[in-house]
Every structure is written in structure tokens, then in C-alpha cells.
Design a protein around this ligand. Structure first.
Ligand code: HGY
Ligand code: MN
Ligand code: MN
Ligand code: MN
Length: 400
């Protein structure tokens, strides 16, 4: 295994990392992500690969193989992070794709069909609120006309952010027409592999999940002079909704999180007029997700009625359940003795699968399961095992 896997990791480590918290803030179309995009171009160039960057920042480089016209196998992931995120979620998949290509070349493999290494932009949806925005645009799951209206927390429109990164959407989007299969390697964001005592696994499915915006409106008022019984306090309705969501998710053994909130006017000595909060909900089936969110919404509306506040709920980005291609999974089951696990995390692999591209995911053990946190970690030995597994998968899929 070329030792530059670890050198690549060291090169990436400081980019977008907070000196105080150690967390990663690799927001799309900002300086850190532009630096990452340049890193990827350089990492491909030293391997004799030329990166095509599309109009919104998605990137792909192809190792053409024996028959450049044959449907290719694309592998890769994303380089952006959540706010204060970890080092592995995303970059491990991109870096492992580069290292797997090194392994194939070291083995003397000449792929019968092209192998592409891809990077999708704004996978986390941390800046514009739409998860997997780059792959959704590339597959057409989201149109440019819809996306161009998106604004970030500072009110910056998406086109202006993309323009600030030196990109031009008019140049068009990544051509997925030449992709026959997509394989994404990803650090596991859970404890399944560590509980099984294995370093590598395959994904069976992605739970349905989504984001809902809850607007709780009440009456701004004085925090001291207003009697408790005279208040119409949206913060109270919000707080009770958080409790209700937590209880419902536990009862249904699903997932519900209010991780983001905006309060207006956000003072200390005033009852707020508006509380906006975003629900991240995930469930083991589409019906279970609809039931979970419906019940949370029902209880929030009931509480608003008692608090004299009002509630508006807007679904923002919802992803249906993804079952990865069974034929592909069966083929890969013959490549390695890997357990097959479900994931509750969304991935670009889910978007490409939803676009009809046979897709598989390779997971690498996360010793604590912690993710979307500076504590996210994977042992180097497990990362190298993941690279070997990805190389084996790519060798199998490009043998003919
Ligand atoms: O949020 C997710 O599910 C993924 O990590 N983007
Ligand atoms: Mn990810
Ligand atoms: Mn993530
Ligand atoms: Mn370690």
C-alpha cells in the first residue's frame, strides 16, 4: 500500500479545521472548500488524471481503461462537512478512491472499463439546507431553477455563492450518462461494525429521512411585566415540541432531532415573537417516517392551541428509503466476506441510486460510532482495509 494514503490524510487534515475546537467547517463555495477542490485536482494530476469540474463544483476524473466508451464505475464521496464536523465523513471516501486506484495500479490491473473518482458538492446541506445538493443537481432530482432561489443563513443566494468560488452554472453539470455503477466508501456513522468486530461492511439500505422547518409564532412581550397567563410564547411551544419529538422517536424506535433554531428578536428580556426550528427526522420505512413526523406535527399544533401561538410546518428536503441494487450487492458479496448493514445517514449514493444508477456503499469501522463531531474517528488500519476492499470491488466491477 503506497504510504501516501497517510500523507494525503496529513495534507487534508488542516484544511477547514478550527484551531480551538478541532472541528471541521468545510462549507461549500467558501475558501476551505475551494482549497479542498484544488487539493483534489493536484491529487489526481499526480496520478495522471484530469479533473472535470462542473458548473456548481462537482468534480470527476476518469481513468479511461481499455474501453473508454463502456459504462464506467464511479467511486467517490464529498469533501464538505457539517458545522464543527469530523475529518472522515466525506473525505475518507474521496481519499480512499484515490488510494484504491494506486492499489489497482500497483497490482498491475488494467480496468476493462473506465473508473471515475468523483466529488459531489454540498452533500451535508449545511450551508443552503438541502442535503446532497450537488448530486441532486447532477441527477436532476433538484432543478437549477429551484436551487437558485436557495439562500444561506447570511442571506447569500446560491448563484452568488457559486460565483464567488469562481464557478459558472451555465457551464452545465457533471455528465452521469457515462456512469454505469456508483460505489461510495464512507466512514460508518454508527456502531454496527464495531459491535460486530469487523473493519469493513456493505450497505443494504438508507433509511428515509428529511428536514422540516417549524415556525412557531407568538407575541413579543416584556419578560418581566407580562404575567405568565397573559403570554403567547413561541419558545414554550417549541420547547414542548422538542420533548414531544424526542418521546415519539423513542416510542417508535426511530430518530428525531431539533438541531437548529432561530429566535426573533433573540433578546434576553423579551418574550420572542417567532421561533424557527428545523426537525431532522429518520425512520426505518417511508410509512414510519410519515407517521413519526405527522404525530410530532399534530402534538406541536395541539400545544400551539394551548399556548395561543401558531404553527407552520414546511418540508424542506425529504429522501425516500433507498434499497441498494440487489444484483450488485450479490456480486459484491462474492468479493469479500463483509456484513451488510443499514444506515440512517443520507449519502450521495442514495441520490444516484434514486436516479437509477446501480449503487453500493462500503463502510469503514468507526470505533465509537460518533460522527458529525470533531470526535469522529477511524483507525488507520481500518481505513487501509477499506481501501483494499474498495480496490477489490473496483477490480471486480471493471474485470470486463
Ligand atoms: O446527514 C446525513 O445523514 C449525512 O451525514 N449527510
Ligand atoms: Mn457523508
Ligand atoms: Mn454527514
Ligand atoms: Mn487512531
Amino acid at each position: 500500500m503506497p504510504d501516501d494514503f497517510e500523507q494525503m490524510w496529513r495534507d487534508l487534515a488542516p484544511v477547514g479545521r478550527s484551531a480551538s475546537s478541532g472541528g471541521y467547517n468545510r462549507s461549500p463555495w467558501d475558501s476551505a472548500e475551494v482549497e479542498l477542490r484544488d487539493w483534489f485536482v493536484e491529487a489526481c494530476a499526480v496520478r495522471g488524471l484530469t479533473v472535470e469540474t462542473d458548473g456548481v463544483g462537482n468534480q470527476v476524473a476518469w481513468w479511461e481503461g481499455a474501453d473508454p466508451q463502456a459504462p464506467g464505475v464511479l467511486t467517490g464521496s464529498h469533501l464538505d462537512s457539517v458545522l464543527e464536523g469530523g475529518a472522515y465523513d466525506g473525505p475518507l471516501g474521496v481519499l480512499s478512491a484515490l488510494a484504491a486506484l494506486d492499489v489497482l495500479r500497483a497490482r498491475g490491473v488494467e480496468p476493462a472499463r473506465p473508473i471515475g473518482i468523483g466529488v459531489f458538492v454540498e452533500e451535508e446541506g449545511s450551508r443552503f439546507g438541502r442535503a446532497c445538493l450537488g448530486s441532486r443537481l447532477a441527477t436532476g432530482a433538484t432543478t437549477w431553477d429551484a436551487a437558485r432561489e436557495l439562500r444561506d443563513r447570511d442571506g447569500v443566494f446560491l448563484p452568488d455563492a457559486i460565483d464567488s468560488a469562481g464557478l459558472d452554472p451555465a457551464r452545465g453539470l457533471m455528465d452521469l450518462g457515462r456512469v454505469g455503477t456508483f460505489v461510495e466508501l464512507h466512514v460508518e456513522q454508527g456502531r454496527d461494525l464495531v459491535d460486530r468486530g469487523v473493519a469493513v461492511g456493505l450497505a443494504s439500505e438508507i433509511w428515509p429521512h428529511g428536514r422540516w422547518r417549524f415556525d412557531f409564532a407568538g407575541q413579543a412581550n416584556h419578560a418581566g411585566t407580562t404575567r405568565m397567563e397573559d403570554r403567547r410564547d413561541p419558545m414554550l411551544t417549541y420547547a414542548m415540541t422538542v420533548l414531544a419529538a424526542n418521546k415519539q422517536a423513542r416510542l417508535a424506535t426511530q430518530r428525531a432531532t431539533f438541531g437548529r433554531i432561530a429566535v426573533e428578536p433573540n433578546g434576553t428580556n423579551a418574550v420572542p415573537s417567532l421561533v424557527t426550528a428545523w426537525l431532522d427526522a429518520r425512520a426505518s420505512s417511508d410509512d414510519a417516517l410519515a407517521t413519526l413526523v405527522g404525530e410530532i406535527e399534530r402534538q406541536a399544533a395541539d400545544r400551539a392551541g394551548r399556548d395561543g401561538t401558531t404553527l407552520a410546518v414546511t418540508a424542506e428536503s425529504v429522501s425516500g428509503s433507498v434499497a441498494f441494487d440487489a444484483d450488485l450487492a450479490a456480486r459484491l458479496a462474492g468479493v469479500g466476506d463483509w456484513p451488510v448493514i443499514a444506515t440512517q445517514a443520507g449519502h450521495d449514493a442514495g441520490i444516484l441510486s434514486g436516479a437509477g444508477i446501480p449503487t453500493a456503499m462500503v463502510f469503514v469501522r468507526n470505533p465509537t460510532g460518533v460522527s458529525h463531531s470533531p470526535e469522529e474517528h477511524a483507525e488507520t488500519a481500518d481505513c487501509l482495509a477499506g481501501v483494499e476492499a474498495l480496490a477489490d470491488v473496483l477490480a471486480e466491477l471493471t474485470a470486463d
